[in-house]
Design a binder for this molecule. Structure first.
Ligand code: KMH
Ligand code: ZN
Length: 303
């Protein structure tokens, strides 16, 4: 087994809000700069969401994406993984428009529907800087993140037609069966790239048992050798889960989208700081971060 592993860095997301950490980037230039710094620290892929430059609210505005994408592409050869998960309340069309527009190497493709139970975060938003933050997070209690089979087939087709590899966001074992269906429909090509997202209330938990369950289900349902996989976990289990996944043969995702802390009670000052910690852990166990070129070869990205 090679000792090279891909570090994916999820820069800002659409869940954490500005008042939860002053280090969460939300202006386009800050999102781009943190992505460039994360790449310089060892990330081969950066996962990008756009936010309003006025108040940090998740945005589907292609002009904001353009500012971010152009700045990163100017300064770095890191792989771009643009979100098509978007943010709560966006339509599938709004979410997917980034793919034909920017033809990124990777785009997230959420592999099923789920409840998205992030509402407990609202307790930390009593004195939020922006009025939208608390109601937005509270709204998650009555929100289903809808990714129907019809929508997923459509999104995969758009990605296939634009030469973008789907990074398949798998939040639970059932989503692996959805991936099998999408392969059988000819809209996904093997080897597929799975991102096991653990620890979201509504999906699978964030424990080693859950990770092994996902891996074993993928081996059985999709077949060994037909997929590559990475993992991440919401909150404090980010580093334990990523470290475990290295030994299973998988890749890792860190970043402020999933986890705001560098250690117990200490906010990470940047995405690069989280990537640097991952690189240190990898080095301790003789793993090496792959370059973007090596990552493309591993994931069979032709662009
Ligand atoms: N924020 C993650 C839990 C996406 O952008 O498409 C989900 C995510 C999905 O990364
Ligand atoms: Zn995301």
């Amino acid at each position: 087994m090679s000792n090279k592993r891909i570090i994916n860095c999820a820069i800002t997301g659409a869940i954490h809000t500005p008042s939860l950490s002053k280090y969460l980037p939300w202006k386009p230039e800050d999102i781009a700069q943190q992505a460039i710094d994360a790449a310089n620290a060892g990330a081969a892929s950066v996962h990008i969401h756009a936010r309003s430059p006025e108040d940090g609210r998740p945005s589907a505005d292609l002009e904001i994406y353009r500012q971010i994408v152009e700045k990163i592409r100017e300064k770095s050869d890191v792989m771009l993984c643009l979100t098509t998960g978007g943010g709560m309340g966006m339509t599938i069309e709004e979410r997917t428009a980034v793919v034909p527009e920017f033809k990124p190497e990777l785009a997230s493709m959420n592999a099923g529907s789920l409840n998205f139970g992030i509402f407990p975060l609202a307790q930390q938003l009593e004195n939020a800087d922006f009025a939208w933050e608390k109601p937005f997070i509270e709204g998650a209690k009555d929100f289903v993140f809808a990714n129907t089979l019809h929508a997923m087939e459509g999104m995969c087709t758009i990605m296939r037609d634009n030469g973008t590899k789907p990074e398949l966001e798998v939040y639970d074992v059932g989503h692996i069966y959805n991936v099998k269906y999408l392969i059988s429909m000819g809209v996904l090509e093997t080897p597929v790239y799975l991102q096991f997202i653990t620890g979201v209330l509504g999906g699978i938990g964030g424990t080693v048992y859950d990770l092994v369950n996902l891996k074993q289900t993928a081996d059985r349902v999709l077949g060994v050798g037909t997929y590559n996989w990475s993992c991440n976990s919401a909150g404090r289990m980010e580093f334990p889960m990523c470290t475990t996944n290295l030994f299973l043969g998988g890749h890792v995702r860190v970043g402020l989208e999933d986890n705001l802390f560098i250690s117990k009670g200490v906010l990470a000052k940047s995405n690069a700081e989280l990537v640097e910690k991952m690189v240190r852990i990898m080095d301790e166990f003789d793993f090496e971060p792959s370059t973007p070129e090596e990552a493309k070869a591993m994931l069979a990205i032709k662009r």
